[in-house]
Design a protein around this ligand. Sequence first.
Ligand SMILES: C[S@@+](CC[C@H](N)C(=O)[O-])C[C@H]1O[C@@H](n2cnc3c(N)ncnc32)[C@H](O)[C@@H]1O
Length: 429
Amino acid sequence: MDELATLRIRTLATGGDAVGHPEPPVQGAAATWFVADALPGERVVVRPRKLARNHVVAELVEVLEPSADRATPPCPLAGVCGGCQWQHVAPAAQGPLKLAIVKDALRGLPVTPTLAPVAPDDDGLHYRRRARLHYERRDDTLVLGFHRRRSHAIVDVQRCPVLVPPLDHAIARLRRAAAVLPEQGELLLLSDGKRVVAGLPGVRATDEVRARLSECLDRTLVGIELRGGRSRGRVGEPLLALDGSAALPPMPASAFVFAQARAEGNRAMVRHVVVRAKPHGQRVLELYAGAGNFTRALAKVAQRVWTCDDDREAVSLLRKLAEAEELPINAKHGDVAALLPRIAAGETRYPVVVADPPRAGLGRAAAKALAQVATERIVLVACDVSTLARDLATLVEHGWRVADVTVFDLMPMTAEVEVVATLLRAGAG
Ligand SMILES: C[S@@+](CC[C@H](N)C(=O)[O-])C[C@H]1O[C@@H](n2cnc3c(N)ncnc32)[C@H](O)[C@@H]1O
């Protein structure tokens, strides 16, 4: 079936695609249709691409009645490049639309999520400080950029309006090294707003590679780390210090370690996590701590923070930070899914637990164990609202109450969202 249909868009799904119903209904097709690039309230013409038993996936052909939230995409690659899904959404509408998605996903819980102001009057551009690009070598040049939408083909990106400008600069510099790179691979980039460090997985640090990469370095691109099999190598200094302030030590980070994508938003989120965790004088357990983004702020006021993360490099950076700043932190390398049931089976308990899992969330078994391990407060940070809804439901089932949920838009122009939920023991004030 590839006849066009007309949809009235009702809402947005987690992931950012629009959800609508065909008007008039389409014989033999489900009533729920998903389409990218459309907005609530719009009437659009679509072409069905995939028919499932209970839904249809379609592609946008024409917008008949546009939403007031529709904007002209600022990037010429919008709709082609898979890096951004929301270039068609007015910047001021993006936060409220993300809030609506979160409210919908958490509608089963007696809590009203709110939106944190991150950067008012923001145009949603030039903010992203971390990127994972893909490349293919063609003779001595690179096709270097993001995956195309719904494809593994690479869109060559000469300039990306969402990245902080030093990243565009670094990408241009690194193209010079095309001749010594493998036929295909990934390029990891991280910026502190001024300087950039790069990571090249799958690239061996031979003399020729080092020499060519050294020529790419300048005052902006200050270091490149190479990891090929067991070999490790570096040119320049591939470490940056992120998000320091008068009150907070900066977090050491490399291109291979997780970092939140937007500096201002991250600062606001770190402050919020500390306010909601109330770690003052407490024993704190922090799960999925990475290189210590929240830890450095928690440890300033907590009695001690015990952390766990399965990334060895992040744990080692956090240990160095703790030592240099004399912060009361015990950083453990390990799998949270294995650690939590072990703690739950013993006697140790923590009044405050902060957890920031990857997309998959805690999972039912770990959430159940967490419900036992924490005694007063849990602050759960999530980047996937569906798995957050599942984890919150498990914690509620096991004696916790969701006190508040705050949404942070750290990645404008995409449907990505960060959500921070505070939980208290049911019955506690
Ligand atoms: C979303 S990041 C958060 C990191 C840190 N809280 C921050 O804000 O930068 C998730 C972290 O979980 C870690 N991780 C993923 N799966 C894990 C697991 N099963 N056990 C422990 N850590 C894990 C990753 O290494 C990563 O550092």
